[in-house]
Each structure stands twice: as structure tokens, then as C-alpha cells.
Write a protein that binds this ligand. Sequence first.
Ligand code: ADP
Ligand SMILES: N[C@@H](CCOP(=O)(O)O)C(=O)O
Length: 293
Amino acid sequence: MRVSVPATSANMGPGFDTLGIALRMKNQVVIKPSKFHSVSLKGEGSNNPALKDNNMFISIFNDFYHNLSTKRRNFRFEFFNEVPMSRGLGSSSAVIVSAIASAYAIEGIELPKPKLLNLALAYENHPDNITPAVMGGFNVATVQDNEVKYIKKDMPKYLKAIVVIPNRPISTHMSRKTLPYKYSKDDAVFNLSHASLLTAAFMTENWEMLRIASQDKFHQKYRMKQMPELFEVQKTSLKAGSLMSTLSGSGSTFFSISHADDCRKIEKELKAKFPHFRVFVSDFDNYGVRVDK
Ligand SMILES: Nc1ncnc2c1ncn2[C@@H]1O[C@H](COP(=O)(O)OP(=O)(O)O)[C@@H](O)[C@H]1O
Ligand SMILES: N[C@@H](CCOP(=O)(O)O)C(=O)O
């Protein structure tokens, strides 16, 4: 059985804890019944031996598997990870979503995506990464009475993401602590109006509006101060023709969107200016978590 979950970019500027989008890069796990428990890792995390013994995926999988099954089978878990950890690309959401989906699938129990999304909420209390991880596409999400309420929009193929991954991580947990405890009414209205405009721009495919609508006063500048080169990444990307360029989740990755015709030029300029960062073009994912039995 194989489960794959896409990377996600949350916030998208002003949509703090609300907006998120799924990218084509993904984490995959292949699970096979086996005599003994074993774990193999390829890609991101493979140089971290601790992940073989103390792995968030295995502990969430076990929580669900032990609840769903009376049998005590052992499994071989083969991980193929493309989503870097603590870089603002939703690695923890990818792990949570794939572990829950895997436990149900291995027991042959149907798990509708909205139910999976609500189960994932117990492990990550903001819905902006888990929603696109489960559903794919661009999503607006909120939590009401312990349920995620969301609206999804598929992304067109003629738009691409340009992803800049710095060589240093930022932990989401630590990064949230750097944010102000309170915001002024002006800042609240600024973010409310920009997030609303950004959402409307996605829904109506008014891409030229993204540059203005993606501005934020809630979190980016506080977080980007931890890695000041990110201000230059944003400037370079916008100058080279991006439609929008925002911190991805809590960082450190920077996420831009452009027309397909412009993406290689933007990628080239970012690569030339930031040779120590990983820069690449990605398609969007419109499907979300995928289970192949
Ligand atoms: N592939 C993985 N396998 C196991 N645990 C993972 C994996 N990816 C992420 N994690 C867990 O998630 C944590 C990173 O979460 P977080 O700081 O929220 O990063 P991100 O911004 O990528 O979601 C890691 O320290 C690790 O505990
Ligand atoms: N809304 C959250 C999003 C965190 O995303 P991640 O990919 O960095 O885990 C936040 O801004 O803290």
C-alpha cells in the first residue's frame, strides 16, 4: 500500500492560519506487512537516524491502528520524503495526514477526506496546511466547533510556483512565539481586507490582483527578521515578474507564483542571487492525499 501527501504553503501573506495551497512535491510511504517492525528512509530526513526510532508518523499511525484493529501485525515502513522539515512547507501536516490515512487504509476502512481532515485537526490546530494536504488546490479554511470548514479552488496549469528553500530551518513552534500577542485595529483591518481580496482574486482568477492582495502585517516581517536575506528574496522575485511572493508558512522557505512563461526567468535570477539556497519551479497539486492499495 502506498500513501502520498503533497507539500503545502500556508498563510500566503495575509491569510495567517487560514489560506494554504498544495504543491506537486510530496512525501510517500509504502507499507508492507512484515515479520518484524522496520523503517527505511530516503530523501529528506534520511540523514537523521533518530527518525528510525522516534518517528511522528509511526506514533500517530500506531495510535490509530491500535484503535481500529484487534490484530497486532508488524509492518515495514518505507519513506520517500521530498518535503524538507521545518522549512515552512508543511512537513508536519504531511506526516499527520499520511499516518492517519495509512492506518485506515491498512485496515481496509474507508476514510472520507473531510473526516480525515477533522482527525488531523487534533494534531495541528491551524487548518491552513492540513486542508490543502488532504484536498489539494488553494483552500480557505477555518475551524468551527472542532470541524474544519473550507472552500477549495483548483489551480490552473498555466500558473507555477517558484520555491526558494534556505539552508537553515525555522521551527513553526518557535517562530509562532516571535509574533505579537495583540494587533492594532488598523493592522487587523489591513490583513482582513488583503486576505479577502487575495481569496477573491484566486476564486475569480484575477491574477494581476495578487501582488497587492498578498501583503501582510501580521507575521512575515517578524519572522523574516530571523533571516534578513528573505527580504531580498522577496524583492528579487517580485522584480523578476512574480505575481506574488510570500513567506511559506512560518518559513524559512519563500513561495512565489508566476505565469508559466515567466517562471524560468524568475528561477534563474533567484538562483544567481542566492546560490546557497535551493531554488526550483513546481507545479501545483489539485488532488491532495492519495492512497493506492
Ligand atoms: N518526514 C518526517 N518524518 C517524521 N517526522 C517528521 C517528518 N517531517 C516532519 N516531521 C516532524 O515535524 C517537525 C517539523 O514540524 P514544523 O516545525 O511544523 O515544520 P514544517 O514547517 O515543515 O511543518 C519535525 O521536527 C518532525 O518532528
Ligand atoms: N499558519 C501557520 C502555518 C505554519 O506552516 P508550516 O509549514 O511552517 O508548519 C503559521 O504561520 O505558524
